[in-house]
Design a protein around this ligand. Structure first.
Ligand SMILES: Nc1ncnc2c1ncn2[C@@H]1O[C@H](COP(=O)(O)OP(=O)(O)OP(=O)(O)O)[C@@H](O)[C@H]1O
Ligand SMILES: [Mg+2]
Length: 461
């Protein structure tokens, strides 16, 4: 959900604008004081700034210049009184995306807002490496350019301050643990511990004692008393990874701990009060485990008060390039030049379907960095699997085409030209299926509207 900062010192206009934009589903932060607006721009990320020009003492032009300097990726629309076109033009020269004259027509305002947001997305996507790196991401460490990942960040922001149990769904490598950590670090428990346990990695007795502790002599090898995670985390967050693999007997005990907020160490009769927030993750649908009698339904309802679903990487194309740059930056020692990414290599990675999700992408980049000796990542530096399947597998660029033969027919063209051509053909097919409706097409292709526009030839965009 795009975030919009609306600045106007006229309370009635501020409230009308906020209402209209919220009704469209935008997240709106209203502000009537120019100085405070600048502080907000400094502290938070906004996709769009909608700002009145005439305000005192800090005027709209000052805020515009401040925003362009401090947060260049935020689009700016200025609000100006009817008849002051000269000032409006000055604003455009200073980097505003557009202006809207007051009194404004709602339709006109909304269209300008949509265009400014689409422009911003296109800009961020096309930005060169350096610009990419200066982009302030909405949540530290979590790359979220795709609508679905932005939605996940939004959820994190909402649920973090509460003490609710969260169940995180996602295929392997999609970032479940990352999301769990983000919830912890944005919660009031952030100064306390974050402890993780992988329920699939430990045999039943060990998992039980790991979670709840044991007393000396509780079982062979229990040479002394031991605290479990629920006690050790004291006020922090416990992350139960792969909860679908938790044995039924432990599920029952966990349910009790969640309800009573007390643990009993293995081999003891004493109840010890605990304070732990529980986050859980799974890559299998717990519903089907319930059907099979492998997961307790009551525990499921207790855990999944709020579910967060992380989409597989192949369904959020918009995240691929930003993730690549994120990894390149993380892997390059400070002070060394950042390697660049050849367009062919970036294209191959954009159409590969990433069965191992972000983890696989990370590994592919690390592999490429080890092979790229001249500071440039080329397709040949990527794992063979990625390049090969980009050439042959049904991907958005080749699906539905007359396959293997067409590859032969295209021999001699560069891989990039070939892929571009196939992608163009596929886009046309989808567009004709949606009778030219670009929004529907973008949805079907699981890319943003801005990405679709970027990929279309100028004549059709
Ligand atoms: N949106 C993202 N932005 C930045 N890094 C990400 C993102 N998603 C995942 N990663 C990185 O990808 C790697 C895998 O993420 P993580 O371990 O959280 O996934 P997981 O879903 O827990 O995987 P598994 O099911 O294999 O345990 C980590 O290094 C993580 O930092
Ligand atoms: Mg994990």
């Amino acid at each position: 959900m795009p975030r919009i900062l609306v600045v106007d010192d006229e309370p009635s206009i501020l409230s009308v604008l906020s209402t209209i934009l919220r009704a469209e589903g935008y997240e709106v932060v209203p502000e009537n004081n120019g100085e405070k607006a600048q502080a907000l721009i400094k502290e938070q990320d906004f996709d769009l700034l909608l700002c009145d020009i005439y305000m005192k003492p800090v005027g709209g032009m000052d805020i515009l210049q401040f925003a362009r300097h401090d947060s260049p990726s935020t689009s700016v629309i200025m609000l100006t009184a009817y008849g002051s076109v000269e000032t409006a033009i000055k604003a455009l020269k200073l980097g505003a995306f557009d202006y809207v004259t007051k009194p404004f027509k709602v339709d006109e305002l909304l269209i300008t807002v949509q265009r400014a947001l689409a422009y911003r997305t296109a800009l961020t996507e096309n930005a060169d490496l350096k610009a990419m790196l200066t982009t302030k991401y909405r949540m530290e460490n979590i790359i979220a350019e795709s609508p679905s990942m932005k939605n996940v960040c939004e959820m994190i922001r909402k649920v973090a301050p509460t003490d609710t149990t969260i169940l995180i769904y996602g295929e392997s490598g999609t970032g479940k643990e990352l999301v769990a950590k983000a919830i912890h670090t944005q919660s009031p428990r952030k100064e306390k511990k974050f402890l993780a346990v992988n329920c699939a990695a430990l045999p039943e007795p060990l998992l039980e004692s790991e979670m709840f502790g044991h007393v000396k002599g509780a079982f062979t090898g229990a040479a002394s008393d031991k605290q479990g995670l629920f006690e050790a985390v004291s006020g922090g967050t416990i992350f139960l990874d792969e909860i679908g693999s938790m044995p039924l007997s432990i599920q029952g005990k966990l349910l009790r701990v969640l309800q009573e907020k007390e643990v009993r160490r293995v081999g003891s009769n004493e109840n010890i009060p605990v304070d732990a927030r529980v986050l859980a993750a799974t890559n299998t649908k717990l519903e089907s485990l319930i059907q099979e009698g492998k997961f307790r339904e009551d525990l499921y309802y207790r855990l999944s008060v709020i579910p967060i679903q992380i989409a597989p990487l192949r369904e959020r194309q918009d995240d691929i390039l930003p993730l690549i740059y994120h990894v390149i930056r993380a892997e390059t020692p400070e002070g060394k030049d950042l390697p660049t990414l050849d367009p062919e290599a970036s294209h191959v990675m954009e159409i590969y379907n990433w069965p191992g999700n972000v983890r696989e992408l990370e590994n592919a980049i690390k592999h490429a960095l080890a092979f790229a000796t001249d500071g440039r990542i080329k397709p040949g530096d990527l794992p063979a699997k990625v390049v090969e399947s980009a050439k042959s597998a049904p991907s958005p660029a080749t699906a539905g085409q007359n396959q293997p033969g067409s590859l032969d027919a295209e021999r001699g063209k560069s891989l990039r030209a070939f892929l571009r051509q196939k992608e163009k053909e596929y886009l046309q097919q989808v567009l004709s299926l949606t009778r030219g409706n670009k929004e529907e097409a973008a949805k079907a292709l699981k890319i943003s509207l801005a990405t679709l526009y970027r990929k279309l030839p100028d004549s059709e965009a």
